[in-house]
Write a protein that binds this ligand. Structure first.
Ligand SMILES: Cc1cc2nc3c(=O)[nH]c(=O)nc-3n(C[C@H](O)[C@H](O)[C@H](O)COP(=O)(O)O)c2cc1C
Length: 310
């Protein structure tokens, strides 16, 4: 983690601990498990970082099946934050992560400010964890989470609560299901977020015309994949010109060309989600594609960040 190369990016420049990535390609939460499950299908150590499945204080069973529905150019999911809970994560995963070159960021979700702060306190000082991503954007749980991300005041309050409970770099993950995502971004940056990631999924649904019922057990879900890319790209463009902390862009990134669009729009790094469900090596392929682009065009990576804004 101490070497700089052509694609290195610093995601927490204002945090004494920093969050230096070898490259800007991050496996998005919920699509890469805890990383270890993926080590047989791609070289996970080639990634810039891995963000694990959304983690809550207590284990969660998740929502009723079906939880996934394919849609044109995308998919709906309503997993409902199924996860092992923070204590099991510390007991079983952090020791594995501690031996890795690739940094692991834990995505945390709660139903109250106290739960978010408690999660951050519990993860403080645990080896193998390089940062926290605060999920205030999950559309698939009945209470908490997205409610915090939908307005600037509650988003700022949860950011402060977590920042006060940890020395780890903190990334706040925003929802596109907010009236004014730029206002939310400014509020969380003002509350001390080290970086901002966007976008989580867009709330949507699909209906089975034979059964005349919603397809998903949860009725509604979160839309991801190429269908959301133009929306995500525009939001990244807007947010990155409004805040002075690094922005991590994502939503529908399938190829290195897509990743490059987000970087040119202003993202310092990118998150790759649904693409991994189609091709488990999608994120590592994107690392290679970006390396080739920088070499072929003889350009410094830093010069690409936000180039389309100038
Ligand atoms: C099956 C699935 C599970 C997800 N679980 C989480 C999660 O636990 N926490 C979170 O912050 N985002 C979660 N997401 C959202 C992704 O991390 C990502 O932000 C979103 O899907 C948009 O990117 P994409 O179009 O590249 O997938 C999930 C997405 C999918 C498809």
């Amino acid at each position: 983690m101490d070497t700089i190369n052509a694609l290195s990016v610093q995601l927490a420049p204002h945090n004494p601990r920093g969050l230096l990535l070898h490259n800007p390609v991050i496996a998005a939460s919920g699509t890469f498990g805890y990383g270890d499950e993926m080590s047989g299908v791609c070289d996970i150590q080639r990634l810039g970082a891995i963000i694990c499945k959304g983690t809550t204080l207590a284990p969660r069973e998740g929502n009723k099946q079906p939880r996934i529905a394919e849609t044109p150019s995308g998919m709906l999911n309503a997993i409902g934050l199924q996860n092992m809970g923070v204590e099991a994560l510390i007991a079983t995963k952090s020791k594995i992560w501690a031996g890795w070159r690739v940094p692991v960021i834990v995505n945390i979700a709660g139903e109250s400010l106290e739960e978010y702060a408690e999660l951050a306190r519990t993860l403080e000082g645990v080896p193998g964890i390089s940062g926290l991503e605060i999920n205030i954007s999950c559309p698939n749980v009945a209470s908490g989470c997205m409610e915090f991300g939908a307005n600037p005041d509650s988003a700022a309050r949860v950011t402060s609560a977590v920042k006060n409970a940890t020395s780890l770099p903190v990334i706040v993950k925003l929802t596109p299901n907010a009236c004014d995502i730029v206002a939310v971004a400014k509020a969380v940056a003002g509350a001390g977020s080290d970086a901002i990631s966007l976008i989580n999924t867009l709330k949507g649904m699909a209906i089975d015309t034979k059964k005349r019922k919603p397809i998903l057990g949860n009725k509604t879900g979160g839309l991801s994949g190429p269908a959301i890319k133009p929306i995500a790209l525009y939001m990244v463009y807007q947010v990155s010109s409004a805040v002075d902390v690094p922005v991590i862009g994502g939503g529908g990134i399938m190829t290195s060309q897509d990743a490059l669009e987000f970087i040119l729009a202003g993202a310092t790094a990118v998150e790759v989600g649904t693409a991994t469900l189609v091709n488990p090596a999608a994120a590592t392929d994107i690392v290679e594609g970006l390396e080739s682009y920088v070499a072929a065009n003889n350009v410094k990576f830093a010069e690409l960040i936000g180039a389309a804004q100038r």
